[in-house]
Design a protein around this ligand. Sequence first.
Ligand code: ADP
Length: 581
Amino acid sequence: MGLNGLAVLLFLGAATAYVELKLREDLLQELTQDLDVRARLVRAAVADEGAAPEAAVRRLGQLGNTRVTLIARDGKVLADSEALAAEMDNHATRPEVRQALQTGHGAALRHSATRGLDYLYVALADPADAALPVVRVAVDARVVDQRLSSIRNSVLAVVAMLLGAGLALSVLAARYLVRPIQVVRDAAERIAGGDLDANVSLDRSDELGELGIAFNAMSRELRSRVGQLDANRRELAAIMDNMSEGLLVVDANGVVIMANRAALQMLGRPNENLVGRALWEAVRLPEIDEMLHDLPTLNEPRRLRVEDRSRATQRRVLAFVATPLFESGSGEPHGVVLVSDATEDQKLLEMRQDFVANVSHELKTPLTSICAYVETLLGGAAADEAVRQPFLEKIMANASRLSKLVADILNISRLEGGVSDESRRQLDLNELAAAVVKKHQDDATRKQVALRLHAMAEAATGLVNEEDMISALDNLVDNAISYTPGGGAVDVRVARSGLGLLLEVRDTGCGIPAESLPRVFERFYRVDKARSRALGGTGLGLAIVKHVALKHGGRVEAESEVGKGSTFRIHLPASSHPERE
Ligand code: ADP
């Protein structure tokens, strides 16, 4: 029923009580006046009866449906229509009688000792004639109650009817107004709970029906927008996850908001969730904290290159580019951090630095010698024939060393430059090897080293840069003869290896210690520096061989045993073989 119902009931109760009180008063007043009239009539009738009024009193009582009592002025009951006067006590103290004796008129609503019931009494005493008895009439007070209760019943009936009508109305209202609103509310709650498929079906043509239609349109629109957003989000996630660069978004405090797969991979945390953690702490690189410091206030990207020291096994250098992001979704300043693996970059950079240092060092030695000899000659030694000749020869030797060095440096720079090489031709490697062997035959003979060529029976045609390939083979044969003592042998072989071709130079020379073998292809690496120099080596020969092989899509290989000899091989891939093209 609720609070409203309770209030209505309270109001109805109070109103009924008030009306009842008022009615009761009015009824009593009306009845008193009525009794007053009856008393006058009785008084007139009794006056006519004379000395024996009992019978008249009884009759009048019956006729008027009223109790009639005659009371002498001293209180003695003379006659009563419903009781025996002789048995009744003195009535002088009855309030209505006392009042009548004093004022001529009295009324009282009280309990009757004689009848044992509540009566409304009205008594009259004629003030003009003191000899006349007091006439008292009375009616059962229940008359008032009966009338009141009949009125109350009518009121209650009306109230009940009203309540019934109200109830029926509220049921109708619930059916036609509240139900549809509940349906819409339930659907709205489902949508709020994430169920975007919630719809309402109100089969009505009034405003509520329109509300239902508008609601469904709204939920449709919401579905389509959310679907669109979801698709965008998935597309973005796919792009981010398939990027080869690591991408991180951090807030103003350097806390990770978003990280793609590549970023986690590069930071060495592939299976961790960095979101919500401070970036520098999570990856244990304090430099990052500095890089991200004040990032939102910057106008330009900040770059950082750090060596990841957390990995003992593999050296790894990471490059970070942090850019402030002002227009972030939340309105707060964020930063975007791109991470890339700069290990190879760093290696190249360091190699270049090493190379420059090595080149300077290599150039410096012969230049210093030349300067010293020239200075001595200028200082007067030039006049001395015995000194001048050997000095000029020394200067010549150093100058040609310098020249060889510069040629090798230019050569290796060109090979490393990665510029695509258009000048390749189909060549028979047998012929190429034969030319190189022929070139070195005299040197070999002078050193008493047997230099032999083992060519392939058929043509070993490959797509090669003639100059480069000759220079590679030349270096190998040159080394082989240089490091092989007299009585030894150098065998140059051209062969097929799998689908590709093979150039092999085998010697019976001094060999290379196992620990040096992996390094002989490095630039400027020499097992024995003094010996190499004495032999006129630059330390770049094998590096050139390696680069020529790589440039042709092939590779180099070295085997050696100290005291027994070394074998160097250049493998060329099948693609440089014409039959495969
Ligand atoms: P170099 O100009 O000094 O010969 P290379 O790059 O050609 O420079 O060779 C590097 C080093 O490898 C040489 O200094 C030498 O110690 C070693 N080496 C190269 N070829 C041979 C070989 N056939 N036998 C023994 N040692 C060799």
